[in-house]
Ligand binder design. Sequence first.
Ligand code: HPA
Ligand code: ZN
Length: 320
Amino acid sequence: MSLIPKAELHLHIEGTLEPELAFTLAERNGVELPYAGTEDLRRAYLFSDLQSFLDLYYGLMAVLHTADDFTELADAYLARAAAQGVRHAEIFFDPQAHTERGVPVGTVVEGLAHALDRAEERHGVSTRLIMCFLRDRSAESAMATLEAAKPYLHHITGVGLDSAEVGHPPSKFREVYAAAESLGLRKVAHAGEEGPPGYVREALDVLGVERIDHGLRSMEDPELVERLVREQVPLTLCPLSNVRLRAVDTLEEHPLRAMMGAGLLVTVNSDDPAYFGGYVGDTFHAVREALGLTQEQLRELARNSFRAAFLDQDEARRER
Ligand code: HPA
Ligand code: ZN
């Protein structure tokens, strides 16, 4: 495991729901899960693509009901992340996955914020919260979500875009990103995970994002790579996720090394660590072993994570 101080920039808080906590919350909230126990649930973590993961991931969220549940979830992540060298975490959440089940956005945000507000003191981790729109829902639903989140924007740094990518190009969310920008929110989006390089271009040109989450398939388009290098657009890679969701066959074949070699500003992150076999320190260790990265290359990845973070320069220097 790697204890190099680092920032984690691509982390879905709902993807940190470990089987043990899922069963504890299920019992507390009277939710019946279709699994005999934690081992049975873990056995279901054999994914064939992004959608097969998302089906299980959204299903398990049924156990999250109260603000306390969200606080407990976030606090458990922060403790684990801190133990693996994370000093700063920019945390995604999926409000629509909760509001659609009748859990108000305020319950989710205030529950998460309660843990995040104490994270410096309890775990030595500074935090930001990024609200993601589900791209397989309508643009109107995203706009309504932004509207519903307005009373809570003091807790929220930015907006992102996640869920099933293919068939849901970034341009579908042009208006909602413009509205988010006018509210002073930072902008990121998942692109080029399963979707084509053109989605990465759209995220930059139509949505005006500052970072690309994943961006893996950019490598199919040399002109796009050249631009990403020139503009030093950060790509938040998640190598263990790419293996588990079959975007790459094995970790040994992951293009991380080639991407670093090409001069791209890449960072390494855990995405949904409860499901993909490791938190970010474990991920650093795994890529070191599989790709033969040197200690200096791991340090470069850690430096990149602070460069790409939504911290001002003084804050970033202190974190390192
Ligand atoms: N991609 C898209 N949506 C997601 C992911 C991901 O890797 N993780 C959680 N929601
Ligand atoms: Zn993701």
